[in-house]
Design a protein around this ligand. Sequence first.
Ligand code: GDP
Ligand code: MN
Length: 372
Amino acid sequence: MAKFAYRPIGIVVLIFLVAVMLYNSRLYYRPSPQPLDMPEVHGDSKASEPKVSEGLIQEGTANAVMLMLARNSELEGAVSSVKQLEEKFNRRYRYPWVFLNEEPFTDEFRQQVAAVTSSNVSFGLIPHEDWFQPDWIDEEKAKAGRDVLVKQNIIYGDSVSYRNMCRFQSRAFYKQELVLPYRWYWRVEPHVAFHCDMDFDPFAYLHNNKKVYGFNLAVYEWMETIPSLWATVKEFVRLHPQYIAPNNSMEFISDDDGSKYNGCHYWSNMEIADMEFWRGAAYTAYVNYLEGTGGFYYERWGDAPVHTMGVSLFLPKDKIHFFDQIGYTHEPHSHCPQDLDFRAEHCRCQPGRSIDWLDYSCYPKWFYMQRR
Ligand code: GDP
Ligand code: MN
């Protein structure tokens, strides 16, 4: 008898459950609205414009260019770098490539490079004045400066073409006709290596996170190449204090609050950045001032310390981003991502070769500065 007393309760519970299911099924099968970010495709030109929602851009839609300065003799290294970046990143996003050279690229260079990407490719000739040593440089003084570096056994001590390159990368690449239409760039060199599959767009990342400058490796400079650079920069700052950003990265480039430069610089052979900064008032006034001293030729100022000092002084430190997820080697230095899950899933690199936390890396200084 007691057994049957439970039956009415069971029936009530069953009815209740069925009612809940019916109610929920209304929720589940309610026709869903169109996803907000679905692009409207009507075959009009708007479809190819960046799809902006609240100032954010979607991956693959940044106004960005893959940028390589190269010589014809570097064809093999150029093809190797482009091929890797295409396979690991750009085949998904199809950002255009621009190649620059102070000599016309050969047909062979053009064909072989174009063959390894399905993106748009253009080849630019650098105007004479953006590349070669200007006439107003005192060649005798420049030669004496080169001799000093040769005596000290400094790499590229004797090279005028290396000085041309550094000056170009410091003050002219972002003004080239083929580069001007773009806002963002990724600087790529021949003969570098990329170790990770990238399923994210670093341009969109920087844009959407309001960053300006992205780097991957940071090391110490050969101080012999820049004996008067810091004094020159300090003089510029004295004349134009308005350009100094609040919350800047002085701590990254100086250990004594600006008295001496510590040599730390973002390694500029791989940078992903916003050219609006280089084209802006502060950086333009700064590189014009540097140019006026002739230091690019009398000494051997590198574009890396020139970029780094500009970025460190004229930008708040939170505008600078470390791209851990870009595994990269430019000999002799390497970065293999610290993010273990990402590395395991996406990369082939040797963590033991990664210089991030070694004593000749400036990454630790950057890391602790960002956390203060
Ligand atoms: P390093 O990385 O400082 O040892 O210097 P690199 O030799 O790699 O040069 C830096 C970048 O400038 C690379 O992309 C080179 O291809 C490029 N480069 C260097 N010198 C010249 C040059 O004389 N002409 C051209 N067109 N490109 C150059
Ligand atoms: Mn290089």
